[in-house]
Design a protein around this ligand. Sequence first.
Ligand code: SF4
Length: 211
Amino acid sequence: MLYVNDIFYSIQGESSYSGYPCKFIRLAGCNLRCAYCDTQEALDIKNSKPLGIDDIIKSACGSGPAGVKLIEITGGEPMLQNESLELMNRLIELNYTVLLETNGTISLKKVHPDVIKIIDVKCPSSGHSKAFFFENLKYIGRNDEIKFVIGNKDDYDYAKNFITEYSLGQTRLIFSPVEGAVSHGEIAGKILNDGLNVRLGVQLHKILGLK
Ligand code: SF4
């Protein structure tokens, strides 16, 4: 059984899969309270429904056309619930490309190797820059991605230093500006100037007015 906040079908907006149709399972509960959090409704399990894995799979797989085989487990923080591991295993068995969006503070050791992990490293403006679980750097596979949500210039510098300090040059990296807090153009200019090998994330689903 898992606490589920929402199941829906939309456009993936925040990774290398940005722009693709995707089925989403938003699990409830989070161990952080980021200053810019835009999924407040998913932070508490009070706003959730306890559902068995079979029911979740039925509902999520049926939320969009059968031909869409991209599915994302998000939150809240999905890794707070142990059964999310089993849910991901089952979706892999069903031949889905499974994305896991996680805040990076809980061990990812047991996540199925075929799951594509999109791992946040929290920058200072989140209020949780000390929360990263560093052992997770060992579990980053070649298809996984690290995402830095950038709320100001200090966050940009923090992310840039983190990449150098932990030798992440070969990892897929995303710099995602906080909507309304910092301009996309400013971050784009800095990335160009510094020649960073990172993807600028623009939260496509929000631009489109989707979930
Ligand atoms: S980790 Fe994600 S869901 Fe949790 S508070 Fe931060 S932004 Fe919100």
